[in-house]
Every structure is written in C-alpha cells, then in structure tokens.
Design a protein around this ligand. Structure first.
Ligand code: ADP
Ligand code: MG
Length: 322
C-alpha cells in the first residue's frame, strides 16, 4: 500500500475538474487538461460558438456536418432520448435556455412560454445522417443540449488518454462525475473510496462512502444548481413531458457503472423515474448500480454487485434492495 498521490485541478466545464495520479507525470496532466478544453470547446452550448452550437444556429435552415466524435455522442444522446419512459432528452435546449437555472437571470417562465419551448423539444424530430455525419434540427428554435452527458463522455476519453501514458490507476473527478481507474493502492481491499455528498450541506459533509474498483460514480442532484421562488425549489433537471423541473421524492441519485457516459445517461433517467420505478429498471439493467437519496432521509442502495456503501451520517437510514 502507498499513501502518496498527486492531485491537479482546473476550473473547466463550469466546475472544478481534478485529476489524482499516483506518480508525478506532468506530460500526462497537460494532455488530460488540454483534451478536456478541446472537447469542451466542441460540445458546449454555453458559448456562442462550438460544433454543437453550429448545429443549433442552423435549426430550421440546413443540416450541419459535424466531426465523428460529436456525431458519435449525438447519436448516443438520441438513442438514450428515445428509450421507453426516458426522461433524458437531448433536445431539451430551448427549455434549459428559457429557465436559465444555474445561470444569472433565472426565473419561473410564463406557462405559455414553456408550452412553446416544449413543442421545440421533441428528440425524435432531430435528423442524423450517418453517411455524411450531419445533424439537422428541422424547426427554427430547436436546440441540442448535451449538458447532462458531456462530462461523462469526456471522462471516458480521459481514461483512454491516461492509458496512452501507461497510467492505469487514477481518479478523474469532473464535479459530480467521478471515474475511478483500476484499483486503489490506498486501501487493503484495493477499492477506491468516493464520498457521497450530503444534499444542501457544505461540500465536505458526506452521507457515506462508496467503495468501488474501476467504476464510474455519477451523481445528479437537486441541490447543485437550483433557485428558490415563493418557497418552491426549481432545479436544473427538466421533465421533458411538462417543461418544469422534475418533481419527485429524490434529492439525489448516484449511478455506478463501468463507463461514465452510461452513468450520466442513467442518472437523468433514474432521477426522473424516482426510486420505485427506478428500482424496477435496475432489476432489468444489472450492469449498473444506484443509490437513491430521498427527501425524507432514506438512502436506497441497489448495488447489483458494483459497489459497497458505508453510512457516515446517522440522520439518514439505509435500505438495501439486493
Ligand atoms: P450536472 O452534473 O452538470 O449538475 P446533470 O448531469 O445532472 O448536470 O445534467 C443537468 C444538465 O442537463 C442541465 O443543466 C441541462 O443542461 C441538461 N438537462 C436538463 N434536463 C435534462 C433532461 N431531461 N435530459 C437531458 N438533459 C437535461
Ligand atoms: Mg449527468
């Protein structure tokens, strides 16, 4: 066992990205952060220009040819959006821009504005042409938003970048998306210990420890980006059926999976399903595990043998569903 590690952090993708390595390797560190910057520049919708924005700017006008990488992610985003009962919707952009949750100027929009944007958020209308790798949004005002999955997709690519430098043990943390690579040299059982954040508490307050090996741990919560208006909390995961933030008993959902893109997609899907239907879904999807944290202070574990959990906060109760 060793106890040394080297951690490097940068502000990227609207969050703090940190990389933990076991040996110092500044070339690998530079490659990782440069890759993230380059990918963010292509995928973001929070700037006026990016590859995804070039598709959005051409909505209702013409298809836009994108790179293989962007086409690949958009293709996976469309598939996830068309799954039965999926709350994941990559065409949600018009509603995200209307609500501005997590950005300045957020407000509860007028009901007719929400209805108008809902009509522009139909993922099945988005046309993907795999022959020329073009994407077409057929109605003016439609917008692709990859905000729910870009960090996961990027984390998976960073694992490949590290492998090029022969690094097979590391953690990449993109704020809410933690990808553990290989096994941990810090613990006897070689599991990495990842903290599960306590909702609405300071950043260092943990509900418990998630123990994993070579897994992605993705958390989506209502406590990260939200605003209050008239005693009502409005958070940043929108229900594609109503146009309002998803409203259920959950404070957060954590998905444990092999790759981070899957974790990101399923954190949105399971968040929308809620714990009861979410557990049924996890019975059918044994390749992922999940942790539901409810507003009434229950932690529901469905590990599907992908993780272990140790409770640290006794004001919560753990219930294991395996
Ligand atoms: P983060 O990890 O950045 O807090 P999440 O992974 O939980 O975010 O995704 C939230 C982001 O995804 C929103 O800020 C928005 O850009 C986008 N989004 C919101 N609602 C949906 C939805 N129903 N489907 C897909 N993306 C969504
Ligand atoms: Mg996500």
């Amino acid at each position: 066992m060793t106890d040394t590690s080297f951690t490097y952090s940068q502000q990227l993708m609207g969050t703090t990205v940190s990389l933990q390595l076991l040996t110092e390797n500044l070339q690998a560190v530079a490659a990782v952060f440069n890759t993230i910057k380059a990918l963010e520049t292509r995928l973001t919708v929070n700037r006026d220009h990016s590859e995804v924005m070039s598709v959005n700017h051409a909505a209702g006008k013409h298809p836009v040819i994108v790179s293989d990488l962007v086409f690949d992610l958009i293709t996976q985003a469309k598939q996830a959006s068309l799954l039965p009962n999926s709350n994941f919707n990559f065409a949600i952009g018009p509603l995200v821009k209307l609500w501005k949750i997590g950005f300045s100027g957020h407000t509860v929009p007028a009901a007719d504005a929400i209805a108008e944007k809902l009509s522009l958020s139909n993922p099945s209308l988005i046309e993907l042409n795999k022959h020329d790798k073009s994407v077409y949004l057929p109605k003016a005002g439609m917008e692709i938003d990859l905000g729910a999955i870009a960090k996961g997709y990027i984390a998976d690519i960073i694992k490949l970048v590290l492998a090029q430098y022969d690094i097979h043990q590391a953690i990449i943390n993109c704020g809410g998306n933690v990808l553990t690579i290989g096994c941990s040299p810090f613990t006897i059982d070689k599991h990495w210990h990842i903290g599960l954040k306590k909702p609405f508490a300071d950043a260092s307050s943990l509900l418990g420890i998630i123990e994993v090996q070579d897994k992605s741990v993705v958390t989506s919560g209502i406590y990260e980006r939200y605003f209050m208006q008239n005693n009502q909390l409005y958070h940043h995961i929108i229900n594609p059926a109503t146009g309002y933030p998803l409203d259920n008993e959950l404070e957060s959902i954590t998905v444990i999976s092999d790759n981070s893109l899957t974790g990101d997609i399923y954190s949105t899907i399971l968040y929308g399903l809620g714990s009861q239907k979410g557990l049924e879904e996890l019975n059918r999807r044994r390749h992922i595990g999940a942790i539901f944290v409810t507003k009434d202070k229950n932690i529901i574990l469905k590990s599907n043998q992908h993780f272990q959990f140790t409770l640290l906060d006794n004001s919560y109760q753990v219930c294991s569903k395996n």
